[in-house]
Design a protein around this ligand. Structure first.
Ligand SMILES: C[S@@+](CC[C@H](N)C(=O)[O-])C[C@H]1O[C@@H](n2cnc3c(N)ncnc32)[C@H](O)[C@@H]1O
Length: 201
């Protein structure tokens, strides 16, 4: 009951301005809110009439998000033998949102999980955030330029960068963040990828 009360009112932390900025250009269709937490972005997207699949390993808000109309998945993305457990196989989404969560081995899966034309909107803390508090552990901080580099982490997926920023934000609290919006472009075949790698060598 308490959980439902929490999510049926406006979330305590408003949705990220980066997510709000790109919401109008998200392709129609299912958006995956990865590591959704309390669901501030899931709620925002549902309010804009967007269907959402909200995933988190913490069940706290999932039931209430389901009551609001989201599909939900309780899942630990880091539970596999190599520290990664991607639960969607070959399934693809029209858009994926990740905010304030970083687990580097997931990037190749994230890119492959986008449909052609699908949009990735990613924002999280970056190097330099320690001056503002936590997170300060480098495992949870993007290195300079890293989001741009991660857009090439899957040789079978081509991403077109739409917007990228790295700097200080003031709200909801001061933090150093990196954020990107990128679109998956035409799929590369294994053969294309081999040619590209050969060309680079
Ligand atoms: C800082 S919160 C961000 C929540 C939300 N994305 C937002 O911006 O408000 C990080 C979230 O990542 C989730 N998380 C951390 N490790 C996870 C894992 N291994 N699998 C799934 N979710 C995880 C946590 O449960 C938490 O809800």
């Amino acid at each position: 009951m308490q959980q439902a009360a929490f999510v049926s009112s406006a979330p305590a932390v408003p949705p990220s301005g980066w997510v709000r900025r790109f919401t109008p250009v998200l392709p129609p269709g299912l958006c995956l809110d990865l590591a959704c937490g309390g669901g501030r972005h899931t709620q925002w997207l549902l309010a804009q009439g967007r269907p959402v699949l909200a995933l988190d390993r913490d069940p706290a808000a999932l039931h209430a998000l389901q009551q609001l109309g989201a599909e939900t998945m309780l899942h630990d993305l880091e539970s596999g033998p190599d520290g990664v457990h991607w639960p969607f196989g070959e399934h693809t989404f029209d858009s994926v949102i990740v905010c304030n969560y970083l687990h580097r081995p997931l990037f190749p899966h994230l890119l492959a999980s986008l449909k052609e034309g699908g949009l990735l909107v990613y924002e999280t803390f970056s190097d330099g955030n320690a001056q503002f508090g936590r997170p300060s552990n480098p495992d949870f901080l993007l290195r300079t330029g890293e989001l741009l580099q991660q857009m090439q982490s899957n040789p079978l997926v081509q991403m077109q960068i739409i917007a990228y920023e790295n700097g200080v934000i003031e709200t909801p609290k001061a933090a150093m963040v990196q954020r990107i919006c990128a679109r998956r472009t035409s799929a590369l075949t294994e053969q294309d990828s081999l040619c590209l790698r050969t060309a680079v060598l």
